[in-house]
Ligand binder design. Sequence first.
Ligand SMILES: Cc1cc2nc3c(=O)[nH]c(=O)nc-3n(C[C@H](O)[C@H](O)[C@H](O)COP(=O)(O)OP(=O)(O)OC[C@H]3O[C@@H](n4cnc5c(N)ncnc54)[C@H](O)[C@@H]3O)c2cc1C
Ligand code: SF4
Length: 323
Amino acid sequence: MRPFDYARASSPADAVRRYRPGTMYLGGGTNLVDLMRLGVARPEHLLDVSRLPLDAVEEVRGRLRVGAAVRNTDLAAHPLVRARYPMLARAVLTGASGQIRNMATVAGNLLQRTRCAYFQDVSRPCNKRRPGSGCPAIEGDHSNLAVLGHSGACVATHPSDMAVALAALEAEVHVTGPGGDRIVPMPGLHRLPGDTPERDTVLEPGDLVTAVELPPPPPGASLYRKVRERASFAFALVSVAAVLDVAADGTVAGCRIALGGLAHAPWRAERAERELIGRPATGGTFLDAAEAELEQARPLPRNAYKVPMARDLIVNTLEELAP
Ligand SMILES: Cc1cc2nc3c(=O)[nH]c(=O)nc-3n(C[C@H](O)[C@H](O)[C@H](O)COP(=O)(O)OP(=O)(O)OC[C@H]3O[C@@H](n4cnc5c(N)ncnc54)[C@H](O)[C@@H]3O)c2cc1C
Ligand code: SF4
């Protein structure tokens, strides 16, 4: 490990003031410290923001404001989250392990880096880690990687389960930084790789996430489902966060679908949503919707299995939500 200095910020403004090139903010450290050990992250200054007074979950004018330093365990266990946003609690609980969730913060979870094996191996080229060096995953092991929205520069997927639920719930990410305060809508925080896969998000250097704000839950029933290689301690091969509102006449009045494990960002399934509105809430409609969305998939030779897996997961999840 390379030498670095460590300091604790006393307030969000103090964190931004102390930020300088070579600084990285430290949440629970469950991702960043691993990447430092691997030599992937090489901060010179580690600025601990995990103990800032950003650890409350509170109701503000019908919305739920979740501080960036709230631990994943506390978020999933919070009575208001469990009562109003059970899909979010479920998504968080499908991630990592109890010990990791006890440490991991909301902001750190959203900003965790890809689990692409080449990204984590500094002996290999990787456009995300070293821009312009190449993407060995395209010809190599991409079995867990993207089928939607990828580029010739990077086929990585975003790993956060929480982010997928937040994309379906249309959460807002509150940010403060050298350029002032701003709000970034979800989806919209994470970007597709294009020619600049080194940038995971739209955040600028020094930007500090201070909170995530949830609007009132949309009408309807909601569910988060995740397919993974084993029952715990495993990232999503495919996941779905879905909200379905069915009218008295049995047609779909509203729906939200976000997909995980398929792209460099949580993927809002807008085509599927458009296909569903106004149609009978039946298996045939759900299949049409899933297929409409997945027409855009461009699987690689070793991850084509994700397309039928995503189709079936969307259909099964919507069937479970339908009355
Ligand atoms: C074995 C294992 C299995 C896992 N399985 C899953 C899984 O199935 N699903 C899942 O979603 N996750 C999974 N995870 C990942 C885990 O959820 C993340 O490591 C964790 O959420 C990161 O949170 P943290 O607070 O520890 O972040 P840190 O490691 O502290 O930071 C992560 C990133 O966020 C930045 N950051 C932190 N706070 C802020 C802030 N306030 N503003 C701006 N930047 C900030 C840091 O600079 C860093 O770049 C797994 C991890 C492990 C080790
Ligand atoms: S998929 Fe992205 S993260 Fe993985 S090796 Fe290629 S450029 Fe790097």
